[in-house]
Write a protein that binds this ligand. Structure first.
Ligand code: DGJ
Length: 731
């Protein structure tokens, strides 16, 4: 069993293949965090707890005269506000009598096989066959009559511990919950770096690494979505931790809404990390008997650096998170109409683009925004999910029939969560959007947000999306979402419950996705929020791939895809070749290089092939043939970041290696040039050291050990923005 309780030492022991996580019940019943790191045989870590009389660090009443026991100094699993611990707490609440403290002592525990169920929200699945066990520890506070249940699901073979928290109000009066973190992780020391992922629309998930300093460093979102600006994923690591060595801890929140990840170095140079729903704009009223569950946080530890940490997340997301049957399949190579035509098309134009795409070897045509309602630009039409006959006179069924007739699959774009003021839906239901009473709503991209905290709105969306999918013969749906939420006010909730709206919106979204996406397993769904504004594990539960960014510039994409790869599998990252000069940056990059960058993901096109020369089309045909040969390695293989684009200004390189190490593909793009350059070498990774490999297009054979230790010379003849792919096969 991956989970044990040692009654002699009062220690809970969680074990994965390579890590151990230990907690101890203190002599006063508090649950103390003892250890999370390399797997250890020891079960008594009591010696690690040190006690001192520390000024201005108070002592709980039950310890009597023992001035050395202070929650301000001890490492805890769940910390409460107003308990004499002044670090950022796991919980903030106002219980029935108006008190704000929660003094939870261990009152029991349960160990059961299989993963913990996260009600109404996505989470990891796994059964006893996979050695998955769940420990639930109950903390009770007899005064407030609040119970907290801390859940730890241990995926032994996958080296993952998933945490969640349920807080129940067993008092006789309502309780107001103002903060509930999914997990608190206390470290005894704090000489670590924090890695997080930040950005903006069209430049998402840029990697940042900073040393932990005194005080609090936090990242998060209060935009109602997980956001372009910060990703709900962070890493703590030793200062010398690199791709292949050093300890690191990952935190990944399975949530698509407002989140907070905060790292605090305290006065005693200890570190506390909290992760969960952002308390800003959050409060939840719990009537007597009601409970609240926080979303799941996926923890992983690696003693072999960041690459190993990424492999842990890639594997668990692919195998235990994503529900789509497509998660293990090769995805069709698609051409999307957005950058090809934007809103400006009719059926003739669409058919000619599709025909040219089919001729190039593309496998699916996706009709993006603009096919429905009165949608000639982004100012109108959202909510009216019926075909615009002025543009598509033949209607969608006929269009889809014709496209299928070309041997292509057919996909479509929707944005179900939004409404335009100029739409029939809005005219019928002006009260269905989020907006404060008496105040006109804040617009984003000229659109308003439907109030998904309302069940009637969600049921309407389920009905209208399912009707649309029934009427149309589609194999792919791109589910977009193009603005941040501003107001979080729902017409159906009383004023004391408005703090629930952000979270209820997300629960509503999951409810809609449960009934639309999960009820159509035959359709490949692609997530999108202005590109990667909702690139989070919860979206990957529903959709195996996400449009990585609205920025298709092959050079900017190197950084975006680099950052994305730390947590998210390459099989989740949609990446397309577009035209040059690039529509977002104006940069011109060779077509071949655009292919190299886009093949570092789920490959496709975003251009009008009717405007391409015969030569350009031939380049695309060759790209498609090449991708099909390496598609499986890219989708299921292990991923290696060979360079850091923030440190190596000359080139960016990465590598996919099949699980059996027999096949590998290296991608490389030159990012800067100098006169009379030094010869640079690229050291490969992940190969079988004693096996020999052939390099496509080169004579001879090379041992894995040689390729990994001496490397391959980067051809000096390559110019700025030239790209290169190196295919390897074991012999
Ligand atoms: C934002 C998406 O990221 C784009 O790819 C495109 O689908 C537009 N929305 C359409 O409005």
């Amino acid at each position: 069993m991956a989970v044990r309780y040692n009654a002699d030492t009062k220690t809970f022991i969680l074990e994965t293949a390579n890590s151990s996580y230990l907690m101890e019940v203190s002599r006063y019943g508090n649950l103390l965090h003892m250890y999370y790191g390399a797997r250890i045989p020891d079960e008594d870590l009591d010696y690690l707890l040190t006690f001192q009389d520390r000024g201005f660090s108070p002592n709980p009443n039950e310890v009597g005269n023992d001035r050395t026991f202070s929650l301000d100094a001890l490492p805890q699993e769940f910390s409460s506000d107003r308990s004499g611990d002044y670090r950022n707490p796991s919980v903030e609440l106002v219980w029935g009598e108006g008190g704000t403290a929660f003094s939870g002592k261990v009152a029991g525990y349960e160990i059961s096989p299989g993963a913990c169920v996260i009600k109404g929200m996505p989470g990891l699945s796994g059964g006893p066959k996979e050695n998955v066990d769940t420990l639930v520890i109950r903390l009770e506070d007899p005064v407030s009559r609040v119970e907290v249940r801390l859940a730890y699901t241990v995926f032994e073979e996958k080296d993952v511990i998933a945490r969640s928290v349920i807080l129940a109000n067993y008092g006789t009066k309502p309780l107001r919950l103002e903060k509930l973190m999914s997990a608190t992780l206390d470290f005894r020391d704090s000489d670590y770096d924090l890695i997080y992922f930040t950005g903006r629309h069209m430049m998402e998930r840029e990697m940042r690494r900073i040393p932990i300093r005194d005080g609090v460093h936090s990242v998060g979102s209060s935009r109602g979505t997980s956001s372009h600006q910060y990703n709900p994923f962070a890493i703590l690591c030793e200062p010398d931790c690199g791709e292949d060595h050093g300890q690191c801890w990952g935190l990944s929140l399975v949530y698509s809404g407002n989140f907070l990840i905060e790292a605090e170095r305290d006065q005693y140079r200890q570190l506390r990390v909290n992760a969960g729903i952002h308390p800003k704009g959050f409060s939840f009223l719990l009537e007597p008997g009601e409970e609240f569950q926080a979303p799941q946080l996926i923890l992983a530890w690696s003693g072999q650096g960041l690459t190993r940490l990424s492999h842990i997340y890639h594997r668990i997301f692919r195998e235990n998170l994503c529900r789509s049957p497509y998660r293990k399949k090769l995805r069709p190579i698609l051409l999307n109409s957005w950058e090809a035509a934007y809103f400006d098309f009719d059926d003739e134009k669409i058919l000619s683009i599709a025909e040219a795409a089919a001729d190039m070897g593309v496998e699916m045509f996706v009709l993006d925004d603009g096919w429905f309602g009165k949608r000639d630009d982004d100012c109108s039409g959202l909510g009216d999910w019926t075909v615009n006959r002025k543009k598509l006179n033949m209607g969608l069924s006929e269009l889809s029939r014709r496209i299928h007739g070309m041997g292509l699959k057919f996909g479509i774009w929707v944005e179900p969560e939004m409404v335009s003021e100029d739409s029939d839906l809005y005219r019928q239901h002006p009260d269905w959007c989020l907006r404060e009473p008496g105040r006109p709503a804040v617009r984003g991209r000229y659109q308003l947000v439907l109030d998904l905290s309302r069940k009637d709105v969600c049921d309407y969306l389920i009905e209208s999306m399912n009707r649309l999918l029934k009427e149309m013969d589609v194999e792919y749906v791109k589910w977009d979402m193009n603005r941040s939420l501003a107001e979080a006010w729902s017409g159906l909730l009383g004023r004391e419950r408005q703090g629930e709206v952000f979270h209820r919106y997300i629960l509503g979204l999951y409810y809609v996705m449960d009934h639309v996406i999960l009820s159509h397993p035959e359709i490949l769904f692609c997530g999108c929020s202005g590109g990667g504004g909702r690139y989070d594990p919860a979206m990957l539960y529903y959709q195996p791939q996400i449009w990585c960014s609205d920025n298709t510039d092959a050079v900017n994409r190197l950084k975006i895809q680099y950052g994305t790869s730390f947590a998210y599998p390459i099989s989740s990252l949609e990446s397309h070749v577009s035209v040059c000069p690039n529509h977002q940056t104006g940069r011109t990059v060779p077509l071949a290089t655009r292919g190299v960058t886009a093949m570092d993901g789920v490959f496709g096109y975003e251009l009008d092939p009717t405007k391409m020369s015969a030569g350009e089309k031939e380049v695309c045909r060759e790209q498609i043939r090449f991708y099909k040969r390496y598609g499986k390695v890219i989708m299921d293989g292990d991923y290696y970041r060979l360079t850091n684009p923030y440190e190596n200004r000359y080139f960016t390189a990465w590598q996919h290696v099949s699980q059996d190490k027999k096949k590998s593909l290296v991608g490389l793009v030159i990012t800067d040039k100098e006169g009379n350059e030094a010869q640079r070498y690229l050291k490969l990774k992940g190969l079988e050291p004693d096996a020999f490999y052939r390099i496509e297009g080169r004579k001879g054979k090379f041992s894995g050990r040689l390729l990994m230790s001496a490397g391959i010379p980067v051809p000096n003849g390559l110019g700025e923005y030239d790209g290169l792919q190196i295919g390897l096969k074991m012999i």
